[in-house]
Design a binder for this molecule. Structure first.
Ligand code: GH3
Ligand code: MG
Ligand code: MG
Ligand code: MG
Ligand code: MG
Length: 301
């Protein structure tokens, strides 16, 4: 574990560091609030040992600040204080601390408490990992492995915030496979599923930036989110996907376009002045509608 020791007294910091060292953990040292926040921003910290009496900000207030800053990310905090009255301990727990030891510190007691906190911290890490996995599962489409509608909405929200902050252009491409009902009718639903997977693979291969995202919008409709891309750039990518799809020659006997699978694409851009992310999608949907009504197998913005 990396244990952050916060104390304005250097002698105590060094003493506590030695106690931590003895049981095979690594001590990180901070003399006050600023150093504490710098270390927390830069390094992985698994446990905090916090002095209470400090000149600029006391340990209770600093604990409240850390808890507020870190949101759902929990780091165990043990107070080390010269105050022995029980009300002080209660105040410490109320401020967000997890345990309270009095100074001078008993090395054996502190090492035992560190062991207990390490156990809880490990459970917390496992829980965090499980939550991350769960989030991933609830945001991915099981058939194609790309983001599902829920994941798409989260990603779009994130990208929209970035666009608002940095005013870098943002485009989306909305795809709808042409005559896909006939594809299913002709080849069966299972082959239809394979076609959707192949379609996604073709799109993914044309997305060169790690920030470009593909999501399943629903059924045989897919959305590509292109941060930092102007309309012209979005057209270039849309055309490259159409070309790759043409090269792939996915048979579709009932298609009027050379008996292969084709797609219609609607492009929308932040340059069209949508007021929100859903409005951007609405513009893409409108463009896609025009691509369909103008004959399919085309790109419209
Ligand atoms: P258009 O050219 O106007 O887009 O016609 P279309 O037939 O593609 O459009 P429509 O929206 O009427 O049909 C979409 C079809 O996509 C119908 C549905 O059965 C099929 N579909 C949706 N999701 C899946 C899926 O997960 N697997 C398979 N195999 N087919 C799907
Ligand atoms: Mg002190
Ligand atoms: Mg459709
Ligand atoms: Mg349709
Ligand atoms: Mg379709």
């Amino acid at each position: 574990m990396q244990v952050l020791v916060i104390d304005d007294n250097q002698l105590i910091r060094d003493l506590v560091a030695t106690i931590i060292d003895e049981v095979g953990h690594t001590a990180l040292l901070a003399s006050g609030a600023q150093e504490t926040l710098e270390i927390l921003a830069k390094k992985q910290v698994d446990l905090i040992l916090m002095d209470v009496e400090m000149p600029e900000i006391n340990g209770f207030d600093l604990t409240q600040k850390i808890r507020a800053d870190m949101g759902s990310h929990w780091i165990p905090i043990i107070f080390l204080s010269a105050q022995t009255d029980t009300q002080h301990l209660v105040d410490g727990i109320n401020a967000g601390g997890d345990d309270y030891l009095t100074k001078p510190v008993n090395a054996t007691v502190l090492q035992a408490k560190i062991k207990a906190m390490a156990r809880i911290s490990e459970m917390q890490h496992a829980l965090d990992a499980a939550n991350r996995r769960l989030k991933q599962l609830t945001q991915l489409d099981p058939l194609t492995g790309v983001l599902n509608r829920r994941g798409m909405e989260e990603e779009l929200k994130r990208t929209w915030k970035l666009f608002q902050r940095e005013q870098s252009p943002l485009c989306v491409l909305l795809f709808d496979i042409d005559y896909f009902k006939q594809y299913n009718d002709n080849y069966g639903h299972q082959q239809g599923d394979e076609c959707l997977k192949a379609f996604c693979d073709i799109i993914k291969q044309q997305l060169k930036r790690p920030t470009d995202t593909l999501a399943r919008f629903g059924g045989e409709e897919f959305l590509v989110i292109l941060p930092n891309t102007k309309t012209e750039g979005a057209f270039v990518i849309a055309r490259s996907i159409v070309l790759a799809l043409k090269k792939a020659q996915l048979s579709h006997a009932d298609s009027p376009f050379g008996e292969v699978v084709t797609t219609s694409i609607g492009i929308a851009s932040s340059q069209d002045n949508p007021k929100s992310a859903p409005e951007l999608i609405k513009l893409a949907d409108k463009a896609l509608y025009h691509a369909k009504s103008e004959g399919r197998n085309r790109i419209v913005s």
